[in-house]
Design a protein around this ligand. Structure first.
Ligand code: SF4
Length: 404
């Protein structure tokens, strides 16, 4: 055992011996009075539906409660149980997910529904191990489902809970190295009974009281046992190793409209970034992008008989977007072609009225919103929704609309 581990162990023993340490009972009493009413959360005495717990936990990964709520309601109305979702075409699920980000989640959601329907007769397994064997369910989500849906003695630890635990014990080790210690301390605090309520209470505390900036310690049920509060430097926890942001990548996007109101699109490869989503054609996204040579990658479309190939026009400004590992900047080129022009290989035309239902990620909605208004004005019907700049708000882990 290393010196640091011995020292951590001694610290925990000291905390346990210290009657002023945090107590789960205080948190549960607070939760009974102040629990948030969330669409997916069963009210006291109401039966808990594991399908709802699972659906909400997948949607909430990296995404805020506010952003998730309308998607959750739509999914539940359309696919009220796991069998219904398992029977849905993947394309429909991806379309309904469009705008929520991290699209690998939607593919895994669908695969998981199928696995539960086929392997478990439509009933979610109760154990963390079995849950983890399902697509898209990692350690956190398995623990959350086990605790919340089945009241099993499991301890999910997300970004909010990490912050609370790091402050309660003033853990000096920076994240991510502190994760194992935080997980142990969170488990030690979990009560034998009401593990599900305890998990949700920790989530609520992190979301409403022990917030990243200016935590409301005066309202906190755990303040008497909180080391960081005693020290007066709660806001500085958790410690973090400085993050290196990926280098900027750049590229160009090509917005081609047919004069009869159709937009040129293609579908991205099923695997990888924005897998399976719809996009307008783009160049590659690279660190050393030559905008002067961008049109070499434009789709080949015919122009008027007298002018030869279509004339692309560069739209002033650019579109910026932040993915998990890198920021992206796209210049946008627009063009209009004759009605009934054929689509180049691997691409297709979609009607303006179908844009809202297409599985465009937020990046592409920004690109479309950046296209010239006068071109769009006469091709788009009043019902066309470009979803202009519908950014996802900072999420559970303070992320932008980032896509796994
Ligand atoms: S006392 Fe303050 S820092 Fe400590 S857990 Fe409560 S809100 Fe967070």
């Amino acid at each position: 055992m290393t010196l640091a581990a011995k020292s951590d162990g001694r610290q925990r023993e000291a905390d346990r011996a210290d009657k002023s340490g945090p107590r789960a009972a205080d948190l549960l009493a607070w939760y009974d009075r102040h629990r948030r009413a969330l669409p997916w959360r069963a009210r006291p005495g109401e039966e808990i539906d594991p399908y709802r717990v699972w659906l909400s936990e997948i949607m909430l990964q990296q995404t805020t409660v506010k952003a998730v709520a309308p998607y959750y309601a739509r999914f539940l109305a359309r696919w009220p149980d796991v069998q219904a979702l398992a029977a849905a075409p993947l394309e429909d699920v991806l379309k309904s997910w469009a705008g929520l980000g991290y699209y690998a989640r939607a593919r895994n959601l669908h695969a998981c529904a199928r696995a539960v329907a086929e392997r478990h007769g439509g009933a979610f397994p109760r154990g963390e191990e079995e849950l983890r064997a399902l697509p898209g369910i990692g350690a956190y989500t398995a623990a959350a489902i086990a605790a919340i849906a089945f009241d099993a003695p499991a301890t999910p630890v997300d970004g909010n809970i990490e912050r609370v635990i790091a402050r309660l014990h003033a853990i000096e080790t920076p994240l991510p190295a502190a994760k194992p210690d935080i997980a142990v301390r969170a488990r030690e605090l979990t009560p034998r009974r009401r593990a599900g309520d305890f998990a949700q209470a920790m989530m609520d505390l992190g979301a409403t009281i022990c917030t990243p900036k200016t935590p409301a310690c005066a309202l906190c049920p755990l303040r008497e046992g909180c080391t960081a509060h005693r020290r007066g430097d709660a806001e500085t926890f958790p410690r973090r190793t400085p993050k290196r942001e990926g280098a900027l990548r750049r590229g160009a996007a090509f917005v081609a409209w047919r004069a009869d109101g159709f937009l040129l699109v293609r579908t991205r490869a099923a695997r990888g970034l924005l897998g399976g989503m719809t996009e307008v054609p783009t160049t590659e996204w690279v660190h050393h992008f030559d905008d002067g040579n961008a049109l070499a990658s434009a789709p080949h479309l015919p122009g008027a008989p007298s002018t030869g190939p279509v004339a692309w026009r560069r739209i002033a400004g650019s579109v910026r977007h932040v993915f998990t590992h890198f920021p992206l900047e796209l210049s946008v080129y627009a063009a209009e072609v004759a009605p009934r022009t054929g689509a180049p290989a691997g691409m297709r035309w979609i009607a303006a009225a179908d844009i809202a239902g297409e599985a465009f990620p937020s990046l592409m909605r920004k690109v479309l919103a950046h296209a010239p208004a006068h071109t769009l004005a006469h091709t788009l019907g009043a019902g066309a929704d470009l979803g202009s700049n519908r950014d996802i708000q900072p999420g559970r882990k303070n992320d932008d609309d980032r896509t796994a």
